[in-house]
Ligand binder design. Structure first.
Ligand code: ATP
Ligand code: MG
Length: 554
């Protein structure tokens, strides 16, 4: 599985052809996040693509921070992004900050001015937008478009020196206001922002725009295949224009692929930040978040995310992937790895009246029946145990095979017990069951005397460890459409988190953050790194055991 090539990946084919034809000697890719938030599962797709290509073809993959917009960027995000990329299992062959190249970019802008290919414009952002034209109408030229080279050089230098206020002037490329591609209608290259930058401090008050900075960064770093999402397809002519007109020695090429969309999932840093700022979640790493740090805290493994990224492949048209596909891969990964133990999430006390008082026996159980190499464990059994509240019904419907008055069930790894008496509190709520057990029925002794239809799990009440369980449902109800703004906040699932207090087996006293288990009949759980204390482990539900979901056929 791990070395399987991406199921379908047209960019990989392009790289192979370019290498074969000698168009490139070594493939160089980059993952270029803007440090304005935490990475999400969509970014993981891009990370896997870029780093796997470099790995497969003995190339280089760079991690580059596209930090050209100081308003929203922060070193907290820089550090979080590095941690996430490493955690996914990748090492970059070069670490770059776009801001390290501001001087070089400035010089290239000066070159454009000297060539008559750029000019300083005094129009406001609104005026520029209004004069840009539409898909059917050409744009109008700015009255400042034909300033002399000398005047432009002087104004641009004074922009850099801080002589003008934010928005007072911009530097624009001089291309073609009638171009059918709106991106070529004299795009803005530089804007003024008197804002300190996380990396360059107060050194600059003009900042390059994405469309100018990105191709230059790629060219400076020697990137061969600059892979981005489909929205940038119409920007490619501008990308090529910048590389050409700035006379960059190395010529990178841009390729676009479909971004990952997942059902029931918001996946834009801006929206995820809103969830954090509005305290809908307890941070960027809340286990309900589709961020890499959230998935990690939930209990996803790097392998499961990489296998998911491989399976979805790399296509050229947008589509939405069923979120259950990601769940499929974590189940696959944990199936043989995670120890299987018992946990009672909603405890109901059971007293086994014919079991000797004070007696404790240690029962044998396999750690993972599907992986016998994991060995066995001992579980204590005594006169008092906990079972799940919903494994008992006083008046059961037909075909209910769990406990009810007079019925007998198997306790997993232990004995048959029969319900003899139901104890209720003054409100009529069932608070305890009195049962008897049959010593002949001990698990593993080959008892065949009679059969029972139900097997339930339990923990020994005298040795069990109190634990908290955090169960999750999707954070957002319904599918996420194209809607803008904050309306998705109205579709927050009020039941996305349920917190329960129960018990786990005695041998789980020393669990550590990120230990993963399969709780019999419940699902896979991860020890939460944030809330777990020395006294009480806290478990996040990673995923339930079963799903009707099947992988789409290739
Ligand atoms: P967002 O809109 O979520 O903030 P972004 O594209 O603005 O995402 P960047 O930090 O600019 O975030 O993205 C870094 C890289 O990750 C880019 O190359 C971008 O194309 C890629 N990327 C972002 N979102 C996705 C996605 N959903 N699927 C695949 N690649 C993505
Ligand atoms: Mg962005």
């Amino acid at each position: 599985m791990e070395n399987k090539t991406m199921s379908s990946n047209f960019i990989r084919n392009i790289v192979m052809e370019d290498l074969k034809a000698g168009k490139v000697n070594q493939v160089v890719t980059r993952f270029p996040p803007e440090p304005n938030g935490y990475l999400h599962i969509g970014h993981a797709k891009s990370i896997c693509l870029n780093f796997e290509l470099a790995r497969e073809f003995n190339g280089r993959a760079h991690l580059r921070f596209d930090d050209t917009n100081p308003l929203k960027e922060d070193t907290e995000y820089v550090e979080a992004i590095k941690e996430d990329v490493k955690w996914l299992g990748y090492e970059w062959d070069g670490l770059f900050f776009a801001s390290d190249f501001f001087e070089e970019m400035y010089n290239r802008a000066v070159l454009l001015i000297k060539k008559g290919k750029a000019y300083v414009d005094d129009l406001s952002a609104e005026e520029i937008r209004a004069m840009r034209g539409t898909l059917t109408e050409p744009g109008k030229e700015s009255p400042y478009r034909n300033r002399s080279v000398e005047e432009n050089l002087d104004l641009f230098e004074r922009m850099r020196k801080g002589e003008f206020k934010d928005g007072e002037k911009v530097l624009r490329a001089k291309i073609d206001m009638a171009s059918p591609n709106i991106n070529l209608r004299d795009p803005v290259l530089y804007r003024i922002a008197h804002v300190p930058h996380h990396n360059t401090g107060d050194k600059w008050c003009i900042y390059p725009m994405y469309d100018f900075a990105h191709p230059l960064e790629d060219a400076i770093e020697g990137v061969t295949h600059s892979i981005c999402t489909l929205e940038f397809e119409d920007h490619r002519p501008l990308y090529d224009w910048v590389v050409r007109e700035c006379e960059m020695e190395h010529v990178p090429r841009q390729y676009e692929f479909a971004r990952l969309n997942l059902t029931n999932t918001v996946m834009s840093k801006r929206k995820l930040k809103l969830l954090v700022d509005e305290k809908v979640v307890d941070g960027w790493d809340d286990p309900r978040m589709p961020t890499i740090s959230g998935l990690r805290r939930r209990g996803y493994t790097p392998e499961s995310i990489r296998n998911f990224a491989r399976e979805i492949g790399v296509a050229k048209s947008n589509s939405t992937v069923d979120a259950r596909m990601l769940e499929h891969f974590i189940r696959e990964d944990l199936k043989l790895k995670a120890p299987r133990t018992m946990a009672v999430l909603r405890p109901l006390k059971v007293v086994i009246t014919n079991y000797p008082e004070g007696q404790v026996e240690m029962l044998d159980a396999e750690i993972n029946p599907e992986n016998p190499e994991m060995g066995t464990r001992k579980i204590p059994f005594s006169r008092e145990i906990y079972i799940e509240q919903d494994d008992f019904m006083e008046n059961p419907p037909p075909k209910y095979f769990r406990l009810f008055p007079g019925n007998e069930v198997r306790l997993k790894n232990a004995y048959f017990i029969k319900c003899e008496e139901v104890i209720k509190d003054e409100n009529g709520r069932v608070v305890e069951l009195r049962c008897t057990y049959d010593p002949e029925t001990k698990s593993g002794t080959g008892f065949t005397g009679r059969k029972v239809k139900g097997t339930i799990h339990w923990v020994d009440a005298n040795h069990a460890i109190p634990a908290e369980f955090r169960l999750y449902e999707p954070l957002i109800l319904e599918e996420e459409g194209e809607d803008e703004g904050s309306s998705f906040l109205e579709r927050i699932n009020p039941h996305s988190l349920e917190v329960l207090q129960g018990f786990v087996e005695a041998n789980m006293k020393d669990v550590k953050p990120h230990d993963k288990f399969q709780f019999f009949r419940h699902g896979y759980f991860n020890v939460d790194p944030k809330y777990t204390t020395a006294d009480k482990p806290v478990f996040n539900l990673i995923v339930s055991l079963k799903s009707s979901y099947e992988l789409p056929k290739a």
